[in-house]
Design a protein around this ligand. Sequence first.
Ligand code: NIG
Ligand code: FE
Length: 425
Amino acid sequence: MSAGQALVDAARDVYVRDAAQILRPPSNGLPYLRHDRAGELVLEGGALTVSDGRVTAFEAHDGAGLHVDASGCAVVPGLVDCHTHLPFAGWRAQEYMSKVTGVAYEQIARSGGGIAASARAFAEAGDNAVLSQARALAGEMLGHGTTAFEGKCGYGLAVDAELRALRLSDRLAEQVAQQRTSTALLAHSVPPGFDADGWMDEVEAMLPRVIAETGASALDIFVESVAFSNEHLARMGGLASQYGLALRCHVEQFATHRSVPVALEHGARSVDHLACLHPDDLGPLAAAECAAVLLPGAEFLGAEQLAPGRELADAGAICVLATDLNPGTSPIVALPVIVGLAVRRYGWSVREALLAVTLNAAWVMGLERDLGSLEPGKRADFLLLDAPVEHVPYRFGHNPVAACFVGGLPVVVRPDAAWRLSALP
Ligand code: NIG
Ligand code: FE
């Protein structure tokens, strides 16, 4: 039996000891924590015990099982990436090269690049090619501490192709260590041969098949001059409630369209991007039970405006951060990088940033009862970071994940951290 297998076999009971910091919510059972309360997150040294893949307690034990020496390390919940565009096919590096010289996203989209280019690549790629690229990316995400993620369709741009993307997402979920949810981003770009209204008719007609044939749990739409309008957002909201799906939306990314009031009126679970959020919409959003999903990677790489992250947090919004992993605006897999951007560019504390990639992100995905925080009964998805949490934004670009546990099992252990794990008979 290999040493690795011995550790996995011992992992029925896991004892983490001597952590410099363990990040915990201020009380158990919170569905989310508004950002004006992020300072209440507890960050104290100590121990963590796990049994049968679930967190059981926060005290040291000496029994048989897997022992983890966490001295000098932070222990945090597995990171949750609630906004990615997995699976997709290929990349668009050339487009990035023109973007940095000042060519606008809109111009790229109107000249056949952007989403349409990724749709062509998706149509040309076989299922195995799409899945192997997505699996590799999920593996990279795991190495950077992402233990749950959401993935969207949206590069199909035809009924059968969007259903294919959602089915591939379901197959991907069987092949990765993470928990995964899928979102039907059925209004991403207006497909060739349609106008936006005509395509929304197709979306409405295909929803029974989406429900019957795929595991999608949310609907999504991109509101922008090159995509769909607030009227289409309202229509998507009606469809979401009719089919019992969560409503999510890409809004206020490149220009202000006043989409947030429409989204709130339709009970959206999240409004994502918000770089161009209208100031009058900030207060109502902060007061609503709707997450503000901020995507500072797309903002940075696209030289977009900056979402009002500081103001949203101060106003008590349910703030969330995500990678927006996609081949166009954000080819970023690493949530620690996103945390670093948010701390630097929004002026957030580390607690605020970590809350936004754990509990609050799990709430967006509807998984907050099981994931997103370290508390008794929840799934033991946790990370051993190689330094206190303050190092995550500070050592920008460094991967702080020394070990990553999913359901109590060590799924990633960095070679320099291997000595920390030992199996006790
Ligand atoms: O979230 N804004 C729309 N959708 C993606 C970009 C898609 C693409 O360019 O491929 C986003 O940024
Ligand atoms: Fe996106």
